[in-house]
Design a protein around this ligand. Sequence first.
Ligand code: PLP
Length: 404
Amino acid sequence: MRDFEKSQKLNHVAYDIRGPVLDEAQRMRANGEKILRLNTGNPAEFGFLAPDEVIQDLIHHAVESEGYSDSKGIFSARKAIMQYCQLKGFPNVDVEDIYTGNGVSELIVMAMQGLLDTGDEVLIPMPDYPLWTASVSLAGGNAVHYVCDEQAGWFPDVDDIKSKITSNTKAIVLINPNNPTGALYSKALLLEIVQIARENDLIIFSDEIYDRLVMDGLTHTPIATLAPDLFVVTMNGLSKSHRIAGFRVGWMVLSGNKAHVKGYIEGLNMLSSMRLCSNVLAQSVVQTSLGGVQSVDKLLLPGGRIYEQRNFIHKAINDIPGLTAVKPQAAFYMFPKIDRELYNVDNDEQFVLDFLKEEKILLVHGRGFNWNQPDHFRIVYLPRVDELAEIQEKMERFLRKYKR
Ligand code: PLP
């Protein structure tokens, strides 16, 4: 029999979401060992339940959702998304500019497949949510990483962005609020990025799936609202804010100036039609989800679970000698730094694997987010405080072995 290999298209795709660490975690769980999982941004897994009204909607719409929908999505969902965007100030958004997807994930892949030819470059943040890098590579493009600066609260380094633009650069990707750093970008920074896109004729892709998970009284500014003269593609969805990652509900919004992107939009329409449509039953909860009370809000205020867990983990990590972490202001991730002058850590993946084996806590190593140094890891602080409390003592003990 002949051997079947993966396609060559995948040779340059880096997406090691699975890998030795997860394999080991699986093996340990299969052996009945209890692991504290600080590795996935999956709220439902940590007791964050979907709002009742969302579940009621789902049941109510089950029968009428049996068939395919329009390839971009059902009218009520797209209308609700359009109104959500209008209220946030997005310029030039019509129902036809909204595409629903099986999660933002499907739309990220689609958006890159529709745009890129071999050798095209896309500016991607470092660290990133790795699907962006993988999707650019899968589409034949080159992901060119710009630095997000830890010293500057993980804001993108504007000079680094400028220095990385070439004649092949087609687009810039922003993840705001950010996974894995929890940063929320200021309007001033966004305006600088818009200006760079304007001067260099770039499409802006903005992943804003955490826009409703913002703390400390801050507000999220969609970059689309600052760029009416540019073409902006914004991604968002219900996986995080409505704790329904398993339903797979996401959307993509085209806004601003579309005069020069007719060909690209034709490509997006083609790809959207090829997958027929996204999950219709899941789309049926969009209208209810985006209207009315946002139950996620109270999780983010003092006394709310996400807020209190954020404060706890931030202090717990910074209290460990040689670990520092910028306080996240949004989402539910933190990206601490290991002081390598204090600790002999030269392989972050091995570090995370050994921590799992010895202390039964599962993290993700920084290079999994395309970070270029072996000195970071990501924590998901969705578990309750009593579970998070385990990390401080265990990490401190574990790090002693790495002391120089
Ligand atoms: N974008 C970012 C920044 C994410 O963190 C995630 C999931 O963790 C996604 C996109 C994918 O979300 P979805 O469940 O809508 O596919």
